[in-house]
Ligand binder design. Structure first.
Ligand SMILES: [Zn+2]
Length: 324
């Protein structure tokens, strides 16, 4: 009996500790976010997918920006404390709506609890919805609101894309991924990140080459929007797709595109977007200057600028889950 009691106490303490610091699962997080968007839509009439699109964009840039704090689990939308509370407010994290207003802050009480709390999801989203509703509830007004807010083409485009994807699928749990080449086709690739390449001057290789036969289907790897499609003298026939994390996927040297696919189209992981070819390294239509392969590149945008990163580890991951 003596041995049992400390064990019981240990479990009680451990159990309580665990419950209070309980990490939400990804599904629970998506559910809570969606509840918040829908609740804000109900009180403000601003469509939930506009709120979700901005919230997701801000989350994605906070994930890679060092000058912004990491996003909390539910809301990604960020307002600096001095903007919320007012620049002259000596209380940086003020929650009193009256003093906030007095000092020229923008913080609001969105849920009617008498506090304008920057760390409260409902207050934050209400402020965002309030801003958007001044413009209107359609895509045109939304675009204008985004332009006034971000003053940057790519940010506006990324958020408009998010909104389109959310509106199309009517949900936000869209983190599924796919390997660009479907099961049952032969292909090979190795890590060629940063290799020198021969044509077009001294450029380093920004991507992974997946060698496969002509005509092998090429698929979208994520939920996203076609942002670019056409010819480029280096990449040949190529497509660029931006996903919900503001990551741009670049597919080059294609043989051709999926029929009917156009800029602005929404894609989902596994959707065929074209086929493997050897196009590029010359004027439109040039092909056969190298063996057929898919050049796959990934680029990250942080709301200020864009850079390429090594897609190889991601390809390995997607390939592994495809084999399962
Ligand atoms: Zn390549």
């Amino acid at each position: 009996m003596k041995k049992v009691i400390p064990l019981v106490i240990f479990f009680i303490l451990f159990g309580v500790g665990k419950a209070s610091a309980k990490e939400l699962t990804q599904d629970e997080i998506f559910e809570k976010r969606m509840d918040l968007y829908k609740k804000t839509e109900a009180t403000t009439q601003v469509p939930w997918y506009y709120l979700a699109a901005i919230d997701q964009f801000e989350r994605s840039i906070r994930d890679v920006r060092k000058d912004l704090p990491d996003p909390p689990a539910i809301t990604g939308y960020y307002i600096p404390p001095e903007i919320w509370s007012g620049a002259l407010n000596s209380t940086l994290e003020d929650i009193n709506p009256m003093t906030i207003e007095l000092f020229g802050g923008i913080g609001v009480d969105g849920n009617g609890d008498g506090k304008a709390d920057r760390t409260n999801n409902e207050d934050l989203l209400f402020l965002l919805a309030q801003y958007l509703s001044k413009y209107g509830m359609d895509d045109q007004s939304f675009r204008l609101a985004l332009w006034d807010y971000y003053q940057r083409d790519q940010s506006v485009r990324s958020i408009m894309g998010n909104a389109k994807v959310y509106r199309t699928f009517k949900r936000i749990d869209l983190s599924e991924k796919a390997f660009p080449i479907p099961k049952g086709y032969n292909y090979s690739y190795k890590n060629t990140w940063g290799d020198r390449r021969g044509w077009g001057g001294r450029r380093i290789h920004e991507g992974t080459d997946i060698f496969a036969n002509y005509g092998t289907p090429v698929r979208a790897v994520a939920y996203g929007v076609v942002e670019l499609k056409g010819w480029n003298k280096y990449g040949g026939w190529r497509i660029g797709i931006r996903d919900l994390n503001n990551t741009y996927h670049y597919y080059a040297h294609l043989n051709g595109f999926a029929k009917g696919l156009k800029i602005g189209d929404v894609v989902e992981p596994g959707m065929i977007i074209g086929s493997v070819g050897s196009s590029g390294y010359g004027p439109p239509g040039t092909a056969g200057k190298f063996p057929p392969h898919l050049h796959f590149g990934m680029y990250k945008d942080n709301g200020l600028n864009e850079w390429s990163f090594d897609p190889y580890p991601h390809l390995r991951l997607w390939e592994r889950s495809q084999k399962k």
